[in-house]
Design a protein around this ligand. Sequence first.
Ligand SMILES: NC(=O)c1ccc[n+]([C@@H]2O[C@H](COP(=O)([O-])OP(=O)(O)OC[C@H]3O[C@@H](n4cnc5c(N)ncnc54)[C@H](O)[C@@H]3O)[C@@H](O)[C@H]2O)c1
Length: 454
Amino acid sequence: MSVAPRSAVTCDPEAIKSRIQARTAKIGVIGLGYVGLPLSLLFSEQKFAITGFDIDKRKVDTINAGGTYIVRIEAKEIQAARANGFTPTTDFSRISEMDAVIICVPTPLDEFRQPDMSYITGTAENIAPHLRPGQLVVLESTTYPGTTEEVLVPILEKGNKLGLKASRSGMVDNDVFYVAFSPEREDPGNTDVARHDIPKVIGGLDAIAGDLASAVYGSIFRQTVKVSTPAAAEMTKLLENIYRCVNIAMVNELKLLCLRMGVDIWEVIEAAKTKPFGFHAFYPGPGLGGHCIPVDPYYLAWKAKEYDFQTRFIELAGDVNSAMPYHVVSSVTSALNKQKKSLNGAKVLVLGVAYKKDIDDLRESPSLTIIELLKDQGAEVSYNDPYFPQVGHGRHYNLNMKNTPLEKLGDYDCLLIVTDHSDYDFKKIVNEAKLVVDTRNATKGIESPKIVRC
Ligand SMILES: NC(=O)c1ccc[n+]([C@@H]2O[C@H](COP(=O)([O-])OP(=O)(O)OC[C@H]3O[C@@H](n4cnc5c(N)ncnc54)[C@H](O)[C@@H]3O)[C@@H](O)[C@H]2O)c1
């Protein structure tokens, strides 16, 4: 590949940076889900006329009509963005109009708990034919170290019509596009930290890509943190999530011990939290949920095998955390037993199917496993969740249930608190119930012999 003299370069990254400053740069976000839609809105707030790409026509139509499909995003935010030029589309040929495209597509596990890269490869194949010189492509999806260079770049290089290569030399050239990885670090439902206050980690394939990505994200985030390679940025995200996964497993294990010893783990954590250094509180629960913590560590465990390496902390944490729903069901069984009832035939109302409080996301939610286990044992199970009028079927569950109103609570043999949504009035729930099994310490401060904390 020949390096063009600066005067002959028509795709000067400095020109893109100027357009970013002037807010005339064209930025495309691919995948308008929990990550991509809020990201599009952040750009829109900063006066970029953003283009959103998705293969799901229903989402594109909803945004076009000024509507929303994510509870925490209000329709008026979508409408304000639309007025600012936010255009959703399923037409990937419009990629060629963009200065930068940011990929926010899913990275789930397949049925063998191995990385399902089909969304990333599918997106790369959709982008490649429309690539033009000087464009920046950023991957945000959580994935194993090496994905950007080993999976994304080869598809983009092979599939583009102009024979463009990803820039690796740090030199400005006419025949290249730029590539970076920058992980999404959002914590859904966390209202303590504004999204633009979460520093954005960026690993460019070369220095120009890193600088360009920094300029793009610097326009919406208060701080960008550059690391030396895409793999370092990919690993940063995994370190953060594995840290959570392992610590949650540790505290879940300690909870099981505390239950046997008659010690209140929640009280212990509150006391330990008063240490001003060296301790960060993690909380036990009914099992891991969400698209990140139960999934991402397995991306690394899978990749590590290529290096003949066993990620033992990840496997152990996975064992402990995935046993928690079983612990919940056995706690319900013994609580009923103490009332001379069996789980078989018992009427159980599960409170909360979302994987954590106050969000409308049930991916990998422990509630789904718990409901299935309870049903398997012959319980008559209903659920209540203000965020889910119904629960159909997904990759790992097939429930086909409808939300049950919070009425006649005394008719149930057991109310099982799995998600501690703020909407719930736990005092009232305990008052009306025959038996409450609480997996979240939601009934903290309420004294009643009807409560079993597990
Ligand atoms: N949800 C979170 O809180 C969170 C936090 C940090 C990181 N992440 C990571 O971000 C990534 C996206 O997660 P999400 O929660 O937004 O997923 P999501 O399922 O909510 O959204 C993904 C979107 O991508 C679209 N899509 C799928 N294939 C596509 C394709 N080929 N072209 C265009 N669009 C396509 C889907 O229709 C969907 O709208 C994942 O890798 C996830 O691990 C998510």
